[in-house]
Design a protein around this ligand. Structure first.
Ligand SMILES: [Zn+2]
Length: 311
């Protein structure tokens, strides 16, 4: 559900397409839907799959976006007045406890190994540490595995009753990243930090289990879906939020882009505004192998959102 923030109509069409393809594959025994049919599945998967919704299942409209920015600024101002947060010019940093919930079905499908989970945590540390490119920002956030929990439940495995299962299994406070590994038609879905107060029980990210390092989804199995979803969890929008507008994703150093990227089209330039599309940014929809950075201004936004909602 990562598509839906900016372009509801496009997203609806893509989702419809995903559902159709999903249905056509449903007779197959394999649970690994995307990998076997890259021609038909990967485009909708890449376009609708990396979640990042508003209140979890719907879009953030332009009006809501404006309200969120205003509310965040107000909270930061109030906290600063009380001496809470980091000094001006400094950025927040923290070690984030990660709780991994492996939602297997009754037969055990959907399992991942402890090694894959360790590799996934390592990928979060590499990507948020700015280690994939000289242009990448080190956000200052690190991740530590705080617990792994395995369940056998056919509904939960398919991400059904998600509000219920998340409330029943979520661990930790606002600073804890809960990652539920499921089998669904998306690569991932995230909640935003400003929704934590309203609905703390569902806070976290849902990630396709086969997107972890070594997983079966071609082009999306280096573990960077979790990076993308965690980016939302820290308060980042897609780089194509708002399309070709100056405001777009509220981040100054990610050039505007008209739509999500598929693959790794070097030199893509979809808006007449300055700058090439940020196809290497973790908050686009590019292939995992194409991703290599958060920007300094995204790092600043992460810091502000952390201070406002999770610190
Ligand atoms: Zn997303």
């Amino acid at each position: 559900m990562r598509s839906l923030i900016t372009r509801p109509r496009v997203a609806a069409a893509l989702l419809a397409g995903t559902a159709l393809i999903f249905t056509s594959l449903s007779g197959q025994a394999s649970a690994r839907l995307p990998a076997e049919s890259p021609d038909c599945f990967v485009p909708p998967a890449s376009a609708s799959a990396k979640g990042g919704h508003g209140p979890d299942t719907r879009d953030v409209s332009a009006a809501e976006q404006k309200a969120i920015e205003a509310r965040t600024a107000q909270i930061l101002k109030a906290k600063a007045a009380r001496g809470i947060g980091v000094p001006k010019g400094a950025l927040a940093a923290a070690s984030v406890p990660v709780y991994v919930h492996v939602m297997r079905d009754a037969a055990g499908n959907g399992d991942v190994t402890d090694t894959q989970i360790a590799q996934q945590i390592a990928v979060l540390n590499t990507t948020f540490g700015g280690q994939e490119s000289s242009a990448a920002a080190n956000t200052g956030f690190t991740f530590t595995l705080a617990g792994t929990f395995r369940y056998n439940n056919n509904n939960w495995h398919k991400d059904k009753q998600s509000s219920t299962y998340r409330k029943q299994t979520r661990k930790g406070g606002a600073n804890a990243l809960n990652m539920w590994l499921v089998d669904f038609a998306y690569l991932g879905i995230a909640t935003f930090p400003w929704d934590y107060d309203r609905n703390p029980g569902v806070d976290g990210i849902r990630v396709h289990y086969d997107s972890l390092p070594g997983g079966g989804i071609a082009n999306y199995n280096l573990g960077e879906t979790a990076t993308h979803e965690a980016g939302h969890w820290f308060g980042l929008y897609h780089t194509f939020q708002g399309g070709c507008t100056a405001t777009n994703d509220e981040v100054a150093d990610t050039p505007a882009q008209s739509s999500s990227t598929n693959g790794c089209p070097e030199g893509r330039d979809s808006c007449s505004l300055p700058g090439l599309d940020p196809i290497h940014n973790y908050m686009d929809y590019s292939y995992d192998s194409c991703y290599n950075q958060f920007t300094p201004d995204q790092s600043t936004r992460i810091s502000n959102m952390w201070t406002a909602y999770r610190a």
